[in-house]
Design a protein. Sequence first.
Lengths: 522, 442
Amino acid sequence: MATVYVTLPPSNNGHPRTDTIDIEVGGEKLKAVAIDIGDARLNLIEAAARGGIEIPYFCWHPALTVVASCRMLLNHPLDCPVCDKAGECMLQDHSYHHGRATSRMIEEKFSPPNKPHIGSNVTLFTDRCIMCTRCVRFTREVSGQAELQVTHRGHHTEIDIFPGEPLNNKLASNVVDLCPVGALCSKDFLYKQRVWYLKTQKSVCADCSTGCSINVDGNKNVVYRLHPRDNPLAQGHFMCDDGRLGYHYVNSPERFNRPRIRRGAELAPAPWAEVVRGLRQELADAVKRDASAVLGVLSPFLTCEEAYLIAKYLKGLSGQVRLALGPVPVVGEDDTYPKDRRGHPIQPVKFTIRAEKCPNRRGVEEVLRHFQGDVIGFDEAVRSAQAGQLQALYLAAGYPPRPGGWVSEQQAASLKKVPLLVVQDLLPSPVSGHAKYLLPAGAWAEKDGTFVNHAGLAQAIHWAVTPTGETRSDGQVFLDLLERRGLAHAPTLRKELAQEVPFFAALASGEIGDHGIALTAT
Amino acid sequence: MADFEPVLLRRVGRPLDIWAYRADGGYRPLEKALNELQPPQIIQMVRDAGLRGRGGAGFSCGLKWSFLPKDHPGPIYLCVNIDESEPCTFNNRYLIENDPHQVIEGVLLACYATRATTAYLYFRYEYGKAARIMQQAIGEAYAHGLLGDNILGKGLNVNAYIHRGAGAYICGEETGLIESLEGKRAWPRIKPPYPAVEGAFRKPTVVNNPETLSCVVHIIDRGADWFKSLGIPSSDPARPERGSYGPKLYNLSGHINKPGTFEIPMGITTQELIDKYGGGVWKGKKAKGAIPGGLSTGILTAAEFDARLDYDDLARYEIMGLGTAAVTVFDEDTSIVDVVYNIARFFSHESCGQCTPCREGTGWMLQILERMRAGQGRREDLDILADVGDRIGIIPGTTICGLSDGAGWPIKNAVKKFRAEFEAYIKSGQKKQTVSLALAHH
């Protein structure tokens, strides 16, 4: 057991504390706060933070080694009006809280040229760098390939790359978040928005089954950036560039934005009321004719709640209706970091980009197991369609555009044989042109719900932007099909899911919290 | 003192080869140690002799050795710090170029005492001649069974390697040296762990100066009492470990008649060194001041030349320590602004850039002095210089290594001791491109 005594400056930044005790150090009487840190091995910054005392820092970061070099005294241009970091800058915050209004330094500041060539996703405003070396340590310790290093000496030191070896690893953009000032900036986000206009929502990256906890920053219904949110239960501190920069389709003008019904050769726009009514009728008819010829395909991009609702709806029509899992995109193998200079992964692994490029296979599978008993694959659905065994097929897809697409031309040729083909998706695909009902799907950034990652960690996602045009979130459409009233409210649906499907029992309160809840597989 | 026979430099002028060295009694202390003494006894002798490190900090050599973990199962390394970069300092170069085998013998004794099996001799790049001489000597030592396995048939195994740095002052800082040796940028490490616990290649490591190791040879040869008979005991009887004992190499340079390296027992006064060994200030001029131990230690005014050049006495005049015992004299016509400018330029150039106070502080001080020399100095600049000089470094606790203590110390020292001259210079608005910078570092 250990107690740390942190002395306070007389003003304590204008926040007087009542829990101080008087101590004497070398004859000097001081006010201090006693902080019990138990058996934890903490540095002073961490220990003081437990007692609610902020010790300003730049170079320290919980995921990196300690260098203890910054110690606050800086050569930094007054770029704030044109700097992307302004508003979320540690230096700006520290100088507001602790700094002086005037500087004794009248000398010209050192301002080396910018380095836009430093990486394809990252640019370097060299003169803003305060040499905390967080980025250098990140590329050595976490991504591993050590693209960044310090060149020159003294106050001419700069961050740089070796010629022709840019910072292009898949974790590169994390240095932008690590940079406590605006020296390393994201090319994707550069000059797009002032950060104080952004509204931040806690969410989960949908790009692979790692399920990185993230913040989604949006403004006026446009997603502007994703950045990682610390979560020791999920990925830790970072996220990969594939996920970080893979959100643009959410803002895409190509997206379906209104429901359509086939009228002859044409897919004509129709109001939701008509679409839902017609769809309910046609599905009910199809079930009446032959329930085993009706199949629902649930994509691993659905939230657990959505999967639950559509499964409940289709199984509610008849127990004979079958449910299958949509295609699970897998690209290559799990990609682990750090890597050595030759690109070979090394131990211990600090970050994994998973080959399974979807956020919720496990969650959807558990719903399918509950309602269907086992998990039918997409290939079997395609085979049934090819064999002419299907009268109705509901494709709850919602796939993001990725190379190769989620459904091939060949598969589409089989699927189009189904008379009642319902496609609920984000973007045109080989199959969407053959639909009888084409429903616009909501993207993950527009939904509330639950994703279960590769390790069975249930995390909540929250909507950051509203769906485009007439689009309704998938959950809302399913509720409408179920003829249930009201709006899709994730915590309520989660409670219902937890009660009905034992795998999700741990979510019974409806609330998940920021770090998620680990679900033990049954 | 006048009749003091050089010990460390006794072989200056003699042939460098191993035969000559052995003929002059060399490697007998090593044989004696291997035959008669156990490693802990050697460490105790070195402690008893009061040998303090000659590299600058003056840390007790025996104490440093005793910090190594006992019964360490893996390798222990010895690094010999020949990155002698402190401006005006050249005693190790002189020592190695004139008697390389003495240093090798010191290395072997240190390895025996500390159970180190590998010695890395880290040469600054500029010491090409010294490195070549040392390489030759190492080759001879291997050929004579004095390096390698089973040295002198006594089961001592030591391999020695020369590593040449690529030229940076910071490589002389012991953990900077270790980083550089490992092939990394020489950014000093945070201590603890100290090198004795985790040093080169994460193994226990001793870093010693060649002059210190040479002293060990003579402590073994002539005994701790002989060593302690030279020099000056501590002025504070309660802290006897503060004494300055043994022979010391003093470098003398600057505006004097006879610059050079002199071996003198510890404790000579600055005035005596200049007059007796340096032949007085050149051109019949008077001295304005002197740097007593390499730039980092501070500046003595001519009135303070009664200061004894040992580990203790210089503190009387706010000098940081003996440093490398490299005395540089500047005459009465030298502008103190130029002296300080040159010092600032050196440290700004050599600050490694890791810790912000040093990186920015040294650059800032240089910019102020440049502006001053351009005729645009302000009186408040002197306060800024003194304040910055006071706030950077290990002593105020703002940096990882002592480079910035050394950078700040002479500047705040000079501003304090020569303030009137600075003020007169600023007032005159003089624009100055000085002819020759007296303290240009080699």
